[in-house]
Design a binder for this molecule. Structure first.
Ligand code: ZN
Ligand code: FE
Length: 255
């Protein structure tokens, strides 16, 4: 198994990601936020994508679809629930489906919340997941098309992946997310230490992604609905996990 991943910035805070398999030579792109930096990454790596795996329909994830399709004749694969909004889509997938990459199966996980049809691509053999705008480092996507319980169920699925799963996300939002997280989880030593590492990385202009499921379980308040200290801070000791999540999301919306 020889997966290689090249992550690069697009637009202001989006990530573009090329995924390459050294053995087979297969390459795919996760989302297509902006043509120029994607073309530069293809040039730099020498990896020509034969498909785009699309997480959701937002313009900052599909803007370069048609240009790349025209140039490389690549296949655009995306969520069935959002097919009509994804330019150039060739094939739709939904939770439980799998797509091929370099001879292995990539699992499609339904992760609605940020958008109603949002999907996550899980490369189980490689222990890598591409979560788009569902899960962020120390954060989660805004609930633009769904109610909190829908996102809660999606995040529960991601939280259940193996702890050493590397997670790539759609945006570099970690520093702002850490500032908010400290307001609901102020005594969390792992979070405080991570916030300091994030500040140092950003001061050097470095990306803070990928993350891992284990690191998120330790520091991400959107996954820590069961944590007694967060519940105490929120005054929600007896509340359901879903309600704790909803309250954290609500507070972040107005932070
Ligand atoms: Zn989005
Ligand atoms: Fe986005």
């Amino acid at each position: 198994m020889a997966i290689q991943i090249d992550q690069f910035m697009c637009r202001t805070d989006n990530f573009g990601v090329l995924v390459h398999d050294r053995d087979s030579g297969d390459t795919i792109l996760i989302d297509a936020p902006e043509a120029t930096p994607i073309l530069a990454a293809i040039e730099r790596t020498g990896w020509t994508p034969r498909a785009i795996f699309t997480t959701h329909h937002h313009p900052d994830h599909v803007e370069a679809n048609l240009l790349l399709k025209q140039r490389y004749g690549l296949e655009i694969i995306g969520p069935a629930g959002e097919a009509s909004k994804i330019p150039g889509i060739d094939r739709t997938v939904k939770g439980g489906d799998s797509v091929d990459f370099g001879g292995r199966k990539v699992a499609v996980i339904d992760t609605p919340g940020h958008t109603a049809g949002h999907i996550t691509f899980h490369f189980a053999d490689d222990k890598v997941a591409f979560a788009g705008d569902t899960l962020f480092a120390i954060g989660c996507g805004r609930l633009l098309e769904c109610k909190p319980p829908v996102m809660f169920e999606s995040l529960k699925k991601l939280a259940a992946l193996p702890g050493d799963t590397r997670v790539y996300c759609g945006h570099e939002y970690t520093q702002a997310n850490a500032k908010f997280a400290l307001t609901v989880d102020p005594e969390n030593a792992a979070l405080k230490a991570r916030a300091a590492r994030v500040d140092a990385a950003r001061a050097e202009g470095k990306a803070t992604l990928p993350t891992t499921i284990a690191e998120e379980l330790a520091t991400n308040p959107f996954l820590r609905w069961g944590d007694p200290a967060i519940r105490k801070t929120l005054g929600m000791e007896g509340a359901s996990d879903a309600d704790v999540f909803a309250e954290v999301r609500k507070r972040k919306d107005v932070f």
